[in-house]
Design a protein around this ligand. Structure first.
Ligand code: FAD
Length: 391
């Protein structure tokens, strides 16, 4: 998603973009997620993370709308349905309205009685309604963005090493063959971004650069709606529910166009592999029982071994939960940018990050206020290193 978002943002500005990906098909990494949420984050003080995420969700839904208008996505790929957020244990309070910009305060509000009822709750249960939010399937979103004129996609193209000479960036494969050369290179390869930066450090013998990228494994459990009883199907919420994991229904599975339900997701640190595990289905079942207690009994049938399916992937995270975007060290590496560390929110953040890179390269106005953009700047890591060196 990060690579596709950057490519689409640049191609829209008239750039010719070549996208190189190791995988033989789209959606190989975390972006192979069957479906996820474009969901804002709220906090009582409307903190940096909330403000960035809200702008990110707007950028994503705006792009998905445009791609739909262009016939590149359909209502089977995403839906601006609104999201119900069950404030499990009172988490995630709304800011007071005067903490929000005027045009934002209607986007997230207390859930209505009808919305609470649709989720099987009484009117006292704390819950929010995010009107400008929804679900999205990453693969068709990636494919649609990569269909932007000006983009050439090269799948099965693993970059082993990058180097720079004569004002050009070079990408090499493991056999030492030159894959491409370009004046501007964006590394948007999740964890591999660090390994590729290391090849560069090794070649120019300068100080090391360390993006503290970590893995956070996650598993989604899903099943066909047809496998649930009619009584359970009749009480499923008609919109996605978030707050303690998430619940989405009525969306096709990766290889099955029938309507499915999806419950996610687990969180597990320090994993290098992402197999689907039975115990993680059990975790997700517990999650949905807390999120939507009225479904607990009915969903048990969906979680039975004969019906349950799963998908697992590795999120690529940074310690402050925000991506690293843009130039790392323009004096040392002119024309080299990164876009990585989307964490658990690539759907919500990748387009905003793509727009930020396009603004940086084109000299356009930033897509978010500078005081927020600085929290996304990849340079925050290289600057820390040089400060530490200086001290
Ligand atoms: C279980 C789970 C649930 C999630 N739910 C949500 C959700 O509800 N909402 C949300 O916003 N986000 C969600 N996410 C997070 C989201 O999926 C990620 O943030 C996003 O997919 C990351 O995109 P990316 O492009 O940065 O990384 P990836 O999708 O991992 O892509 C990296 C790409 O780089 C390529 N690559 C790597 N190395 C090289 C190389 N050397 N040469 C060439 N190509 C290379 C890979 O092949 C891959 O295609 C979820 C993630 C998981 C695992």
């Amino acid at each position: 998603m990060a690579g596709a978002a950057v490519a689409a943002s640049l191609a829209q500005c008239g750039w010719l973009v070549e996208v190189l990906d190791t995988a033989p098909a789209l959606g190989a990494g975390a972006s192979g997620l069957p479906v996820g949420l474009a969901a804002p984050h709220v906090s009582p003080d409307d903190n940096v993370f909330s403000r960035i995420t809200r702008l990110g969700v707007q950028a994503t839904t705006h792009r998905a709308s445009r791609l739909t208008d262009a016939g590149l996505m359909t209502s089977a790929d995403w839906g601006l349905t609104g999201i119900f957020e069950h404030r499990v244990k009172g988490k995630r309070a709304l800011p007071s309205t005067n903490a929000l910009p005027h045009d934002e305060d209607h986007r997230s509000s207390r859930a209505s009685h009808a919305q609470l009822e649709a989720c099987g709750f009484s009117t006292e249960v704390p819950a929010l309604w995010h009107s400008q939010a929804g679900w999205l399937c990453p693969r068709p979103f990636v494919a649609a963005q990569l269909a932007t004129p000006g983009i050439t996609l090269r799948l099965g193209c693993a970059v082993h090493r990058v180097s720079r000479s004569d004002g050009q960036w070079h990408a090499w494969d493991a056999g030492g063959q030159l894959l491409t050369q370009t004046p501007q290179l964006v590394l948007a390869s999740a964890f591999e971004t660090q390994a590729l930066l290391q090849t560069l450090v090794a070649s120019d013998a300068g100080p090391s650069v360390h993006l503290p990228l970590n893995t956070l494994r996650g598993q989604v459990s899903f099943g066909a709606l047809d496998h649930l009883s009619e009584a359970t199907r009749s009480v499923l919420p008609p919109f996605p529910v978030n707050g303690h994991g998430s619940f989405i229904s009525g969306v096709a599975a990766p290889n099955d166009s029938a309507a499915h339900w999806f419950v996610g997701s687990t969180f597990e640190r320090d994993c290098s592999q992402a197999p689907v595990r039975t115990e993680d289905h059990a975790d997700n079942q517990t999650r949905v029982n807390t999120l939507l207690p009225h479904l607990a009994q009915g969903m048990a049938r969906g979680f039975s071994p004969s019906h349950i399916q799963g998908w697992a992937g590795l999120r690529c995270t940074l310690p402050d939960r925000l991506p690293a975007v843009g130039a790392l060290d323009p004096a040392r590496w002119p024309g080299l940018l990164v876009c990585t560390g989307m964490g658990a929110r690539g759907i919500s953040l990748s387009v905003l990050c793509g727009e930020l890179i396009a603004a940086e390269l084109e000299g356009y106005a930033l897509p978010l206020p500078p005081e927020l953009a600085k929290h996304l700047a990849a340079r925050r890591y290289t600057q820390t290193i040089s400060r530490n060196r200086h001290n």
